[in-house]
Design a protein around this ligand. Structure first.
Ligand SMILES: *[C@@H]1O[C@H](CO)[C@@H](O)[C@H](O)[C@H]1NC(C)=O
Ligand SMILES: *[C@@H]1O[C@H](CO)[C@@H](O)[C@H](O)[C@H]1NC(C)=O
Length: 312
């Protein structure tokens, strides 16, 4: 069974591995990419009727650069000096559409900004319940803002939305060229917080140079839509459950079991599709010519559409 699952996962990867090569994103040890990199999504002026909604919330200490990141991303160009100047946010929401033409997927992103000040907690709490994913920001020159992610911000979100996936982002990465190493958070500090909060991804970004800004959102989409990208979460393998009915949007995935006769291939399939141990009758060796089974599996939490598995 274990081996079968591994085969299944490998196949998922093979089926989906048609992406750009030579990109690698260091996600604090989390496997969070296709074999060839992250799937890129581009801003598109118009939405599509079948765009999936994805609500992202940025949070972190005030003045750590959250709003600049959002502006940079939605406008697709570097933030201006005016935009980089710190203007405290109460609440702002931006909307934009992004698409990957190759696989024909469009997302309707809601970018939800938050006020970083402690006294706006009552305003933040209802928003936490509505969001699909958190982008947790700290400033690369402030170890206090990094510590606050673990000590303040993530505990506050998790009170309302305990399982929300988190992408950890260091802002103002351009400061690495201007400040001494003692003024910059260390990779060990970052790694510790990333692991403590169970971040699904971790990147350093700059709204000034635009470095990695787009990557943040590509990670969010990959994490949410599970377009073949997550094959291991921070907590292990992503579980899919059998479901009696499929969704019209289920993706087809064709799997072939092979190996010597009488090695138990058919019993594995029966066991998996029925979700229970094979009976003695089924375990008894009956030579198979060719049989095809069909079943639907889904992971409600991250993949609303699921897969339609076809076993040959
Ligand atoms: C995109 O999302 C926003 C906010 O959820 C919603 O108001 C809007 O109708 C959506 N647009 C489309 C085309 O789905
Ligand atoms: C990722 O970053 C960590 C520390 O930030 C480093 O120790 C590790 O070697 C990096 N991994 C890769 C594959 O670059």
């Amino acid at each position: 069974m274990g081996q079968f699952v591994v085969k299944f996962i490998l196949l998922t990867i093979l089926v989906k591995s048609k992406f750009k090569s030579s990109e690698f994103y260091n996600m604090s040890g989390t496997i969070y990419k296709t074999p060839n990199g992250l799937l890129p999504y581009q801003l598109t002026p118009t939405g599509s009727p079948d765009a999936k909604d994805l609500r992202l919330l940025v949070l972190g200490d005030s003045a750590c650069g959250k709003t600049s990141l959002l502006i940079n991303y939605k406008d697709g160009k570097p933030a201006t000096q005016d935009e980089l100047a710190y203007i405290p946010t109460i609440f702002e929401t931006y909307n934009c559409f992004v698409t990957n033409k190759e696989i024909g997927k469009t997302y309707n992103l809601t970018l939800q900004d938050t006020a970083g000040q402690g006294d706006f907690k009552d305003l933040r709490t209802p928003v936490y319940a509505e969001i699909d994913m958190v982008i947790a920001c700290y400033s690369i020159d402030s170890s206090v803002s990094l510590a606050n992610i673990q000590d303040v911000w993530i505990p506050e979100v998790k009170q309302t939305n305990p399982d929300v996936p988190i992408v950890l982002v260091a802002t103002k990465s351009d400061l690495k060229d201007q400040l001494g190493p003692e003024q910059i958070v260390t990779p060990e500090q970052e790694e510790r917080v990333a692991n403590a909060i169970g971040a699904i991804g971790h990147v350093q970004a700059s709204a000034l140079t635009t470095e990695n800004v787009k990557t943040i959102f590509d990670i969010c989409i990959a994490g949410y839509g599970s377009i073949g990208t997550i094959y291991k979460t921070p907590n292990g393998l992503l579980p899919y459950q059998l479901t009696p009915t499929g969704s019209p949007d289920a993706k087809d995935l064709r799997l072939l079991v092979l190996g010597d006769s009488a090695c138990g291939k058919t019993s594995l399939l029966i066991n998996y599709k029925d979700g229970k141990p094979a009976t003695q009758d089924e375990l008894a060796y009956i030579p198979t010519i060719f049989e095809t089974y069909n079943c639907f599996v889904t992971n409600q939490e991250i993949d609303r559409y699921g897969y339609c598995l076809l076993f040959h």
